[in-house]
Design a protein. Structure first.
Length: 161
């Protein structure tokens, strides 16, 4: 069953590639006592993710954070090296933390995975966005079609905040 409003985020370990190498990041630590926005994309550099979904969050990061959001997190089932390159390419540093769920463990734990094997993509994350306060989901928007970024857009998050 997929995560729902009112559920707590699972304690997940995500990864990032930084100057010192691959680092683990605790989602519980990132969410504890804070309001966060977490959104997921099926894959870095893919057309909808790269050209529509992520740009809205980059453009509206300041407005989102001005509404009391401590961090904007983007999760993808890609390795931390690809996500580091993507973060640099879109100049996300200081605006959005792009985190790797390389094995899809977090994505599967919240029930928002899908099988993209027919397109050669393997297991991927559904496209969604959520607001969580102290680790509890207070808003959740999941796209019905992976190639759409409307329900889970930055504008939808701003409206929910």
């Amino acid at each position: 069953m997929a995560i729902q409003i009112g559920d707590r985020l699972p304690d997940a370990t995500l990864r990032q590639f930084k100057a010192g190498g691959v680092q683990t990041v605790s989602l519980a630590d990132l969410a504890k006592g804070k309001k966060i926005v977490l959104f997921a994309v099926p894959g870095a550099f893919t057309p909808t993710c790269h050209e529509k979904h992520l740009p809205g969050f980059l453009q509206h990061a300041g407005e989102i954070k001005a509404k009391g959001v401590a961090a904007i997190l983007c999760v993808a089932v890609n390795d931390p090296f690809v996500l580091s390159a993507w973060s640099k390419a879109v100049e996300a540093e200081g605006k959005i933390e792009i985190l790797s769920d390389g094995n899809g463990e977090f994505t599967k734990a919240i029930g928002l995975d899908f099988d993209g094997s027919a397109a050669g993509l393997g297991t991927r994350s559904k496209r969604y966005a959520m607001i969580a306060e102290d680790g509890k989901v207070t808003a959740l928007m999941v796209e019905d079609v992976p190639s759409q970024a409307e329900k889970s857009s930055a504008a939808s998050i701003l409206a929910a905040l």
